[in-house]
Design a protein around this ligand. Sequence first.
Ligand SMILES: [Zn+2]
Length: 638
Amino acid sequence: MEEHTALPFFILNTMRKHYFLLFLSLSFGNLFAQNSGYWQQHVDYKMDVTMDVKNYQYKGKQQLVYTNNSSDTLKKVYYHLFNNAFQPGSEMDARIQSIKDPDARMVNKTKVDGKDIKESRIKNLKINEIGYLKILNFKQDGVNASAKTVGTILEVTLAKPILPNSKTTFTLDFDGQVPVQIRRSGRNNVEGVELSMAQWYPKIAEFDPEGWHADPYIAREFHGVWGNFNVNITIDKDYVLGGSGYLQNPNEIGHGYQDAGVTVVYPKKAKTLTWHFNAPMVHDFTWAADKNYDHDVVKGPNNVDLHFIYKNTPAVVENWKKLQPLMVAVMAYYNKTVGDYPYKQYSFIQAGDGGMEYAMCTLMLGNGKLEGILGTAAHELGHSWFQHILASNESKHPWMDEGFTTYIEDLALNELATKKEENPFKGNYGAYYKLVESGKEQPQTTHGDRYDENRPYSISSYVKGSIFLSQLGYVIGQENLNKTVKKYYQDFKFKHPTPNDIKRTAERVSGAELDWYLIDWTETLNTIDYGIASVQENANKTNVTLERIGRMPMPIDVLVEYTDGTKESFYIPLRMMSFEKENPTPAIPRTVLKDWAWAYPTFEFSISKPKTAIKKITIDPSGLMADVKQSNNVYELK
Ligand SMILES: [Zn+2]
């Protein structure tokens, strides 16, 4: 995930606990009944961590119960050691130094002989500034296992293989150092937040039906194992924490977490507090800490606690207070549009860089204008659905989480806006057309780390991914799209959906065949270009010839506006879809023409009025079909 600072155009545009677990087991029963061939691994983490706030070093013990639900016998397992990316000479460092458009946050700009030189910030980190995660005493069921650190990955050769449908327990000790803030995690970010603890612990890599996903940490995107986290964090008592999971000892901790009316009395002479968090059914655990945080709790929809944790400086306080009712509204909108947020808590935490989604929380920058903060907060909250509940593999399919999040974010921000746009996605289409024009586009099947440049990655993931949905509304009709989004959520929440799952859901809802849509849009660089080739009068009628210039097929809506002010529309179904869309604009009478099979380069139809009566003919008046050449979509009477 990237975020709004890098992509300004997005802005333009306890009983409790038990109830929750019951809810989860019920929903899991349903989902396995529905999809019996599906399996996913399961993890139960228990971690005890002590943070030294003077030297930014931490020590931890981790116990991980790993359940192998696959039919494979596993002889090795892999862990991510993300902190190791923040060392001179790491793959991340090498990538910053070689990519043409490095992330501005990760470089220092200097002028040499009048020329701008960008230098990797990782390259110059000193030994007490780097990040690391050192693993000691790795054991499997109490027996030593060989664990080798290779860059940001820990390769473990197991003491004994894990058989299908069995459990094993891994234990290890870790020594960590929080790096100087370079990207996402780190100490003392640009807004002075002391600890942004993302990607901070040894995290087992996901093994799914496609195999292992032990991707090195180079730049972006994650994939994790579903499970439960039980985490104790011991830290200087003056620090306020926010993060994934429910605080289990709020009345010992205070700092805004205590129950109403409770006065927290700390043990005399105590220098530290131990914060105990439980995060059920998540695939990551993140936290942040600072001495100068304010902390508000606001009731959101369905009684969800929305925590706002932000620096106590006046400008920040003012904006973050205004943000609170807005985020209640945004959450209500996402609940309505996708499905109810399933946890009882979500935290907006000022930390990190830009904005980044985590389980039950976001770390985001908090200075600046309200408009910017709102855009970031709406985007990151959206990721709760599209990544932290519908956990597609972000590394392989960044368009699924970034694109779908951008889609609902644009809808939500338009809903909140005083001046509503008829097409809130207009900016996305423009950005996509520019990418195609640049010649720098790579197919969406490209792994997130393997894009040549950052910008094409961003447009392809956020923008083209968002258009996947907004354009699907054009293809199968808006109502079918709305149902598809909801059904996708209901069928695949707490799982790892793949591109085919969103396509099949749209097929199940609409009855249309959509293989072509998924293939052409996400696996190729094929583009859409339809045009009006000719408009000719023939015996008081007008013959219109359309042509398909681009490789990608599409069904076609045509709007005809007459000189007398009346309107008429024509719909040309796409033969390979075996589908007829409902009239998207029922107020305008529509004629459904014979279908257009892709291989035919042209299509002809007749309008029962003379040419002089026609003021304008428009292919796709909705603007939701991503036709890369708009100029040939319109005919106008001269
Ligand atoms: Zn995002």
